[in-house]
Design a protein around this ligand. Structure first.
Ligand code: URA
Length: 234
């Protein structure tokens, strides 16, 4: 792929913008020598304003999503892409969230531009566990774990029962819930189905991946070890 197209696809600007960046001498090699748009150089040798290029397609990153941000790109309010470099929204192939978290849910959110990887994570047959910590409005009754584990619980408006899910009660109003599928507002609807209400929800884990000490609102690029860890538990 030509340099101009590659750099434009990374979200640095339109092809025309990138051609201007070459003309302005902003695109150099690692020694600071100005590059021209028709030069053939390895991508890792390219600098823009002295900085290495963003990583090529094949990205997987984790974000510690705060409450108050939506996963949609169309929402007029705060969106998770506001927490990433603005260029990342303009990349081609596009970066998208791996499933969604509600505006009122915090925690681990993955983003990728790799369609196959996205499918591998969210496809129903992957059954990758997703672990949530829920704070409930009312005290747990004690029979919720059996109900969630039954494999027969039906959510309102759905035609197939939920897969068995594991509930660990942490105290009278908090619980850790492990799901092996991802239906719309699933955790909130599950607790509604047993007569409770989720007051706060946080996703702690997807597969074998956790946020560790990644602060809220921060993100980090994931590498090979993280990808192995993601699928490790299956
Ligand atoms: N279940 C929910 O209800 N909300 C989320 O954000 C994720 C799972």
């Amino acid at each position: 792929m030509k340099l101009v197209k590659h750099i434009a696809n990374l979200g640095y600007g339109s092809r025309k913008d990138v051609q201007w960046m070459f003309r302005e001498g902003r695109i150099t090699d690692a020694n600071g020598d100005v590059l021209y748009a028709d030069d053939a150089v390895p991508l890792d040798a390219v600098r823009i304003d002295g900085e290495p290029l963003d990583p090529p397609p094949g990205l997987l990153l984790m974000l510690h999503k705060p409450v108050g941000y939506t996963c949609s790109t169309k929402d007029p309010g705060r969106i998770v892409f506001d927490l990433l470099p603005p260029r990342y929204r303009l990349r081609s192939p596009a970066l998208s969230t791996v499933g969604r978290l509600d505006r009122a849910t915090s925690g681990l959110l993955l983003l990728t531009d790799d369609g196959q990887l996205l499918h591998r994570i969210i496809a129903p047959k992957s059954k990758l566990p997703k672990v949530y910590a829920a704070t409930l409005a009312d005290e747990l009754r004690g029979d919720e774990a059996a109900s969630f584990a039954s494999g027969t619980l039906m959510l309102e408006g759905e035609k197939t029962p939920l897969l068995p899910a594991e509930l660990e009660q942490l105290d009278s109003r908090t619980a850790r819930l492990t799901l092996h599928e991802g239906r719309y507002h699933q955790v909130r609807r599950m607790f509604a189905a047993v007569g409770n209400h989720v007051a706060a929800l946080h996703r702690e884990r997807i597969g074998g991946l956790t946020l560790n000490d990644l602060p809220e609102g921060q993100w980090r690029m994931l590498g090979e070890d993280d990808r192995r860890q993601l699928f490790d538990c299956v």
